[in-house]
Design a protein around this ligand. Sequence first.
Ligand code: SAM
Length: 250
Amino acid sequence: MRIDLVTIFPRACEAALGEGIVRRAIDRGLADVRVHDLRDHTADRHRTVDDVSYGGGPGMVLKAEPLFKAVEAITAEGPVDAVVLTSPQGRRFTQAEAARLAALGHIVLLCGRYEGVDERVRTALATEALSIGDYVLSGGELPALVIVDAVVRLLPGAVGDEQSVEADSFSRGLLDYPHFTRPAEFRGLRVPDVLLSGNHGEIRRWRKREALARTLALRPDLLPHAELDDEAREMLRAMRDERGAEHGRH
Ligand code: SAM
């Protein structure tokens, strides 16, 4: 998969891409991630990428032309499946959105700055806008890097053990089960006995129940959309009955 980032801070992006799973995926040729300096697509001596906002008011706006030229230079090299504008006004970026993008061959991520980007970028250049949450960051670099990380780790072979991606929170619509590592007891805190039992059937059921219990307690909004088999539905029903009985007792 190819991913292009367009930014005024290419070095910051390259530094973040130079570590961990994303770096490994790039080294293995699973992901071809290219960072473009928006200023390389300006024509003036000062390499100007921003200007004042029509209508007045504080703050600068990223100009349309450098962004259009940057994307045109990328599309000239081959077809692009999505041009994503990072924006707090975009559709919420979720695990499902990450999976959708990971299935594409080539995406471009545009990093805004200042007051944002000229609206014509959203209406006539970007094919979609994505937000990483309901808060405002100073620039699109962190959102773009969040998107790259979430997408790249879904590419087959990027994460060592495929199962670890499958069990991750949200991938089946549930939160992940709790993880423990050695020692079995730390400052009086013991790892649940079942995980030390060697009984793989029991361990599998315990993890499933824990994932369901956590989701029910912390993110019940996820449950209506989760992929649940008969066993999970039965576990959930038992948990809800138990909760109901507890409420009844109080
Ligand atoms: N004035 C804009 C607004 O209120 O919608 C905010 C501009 S923000 C300071 C500058 C840039 O940061 C945006 O153009 C976008 O690229 C990026 N950005 C900020 N918060 C974001 C978020 N939650 N998700 C995605 N991108 C974000």
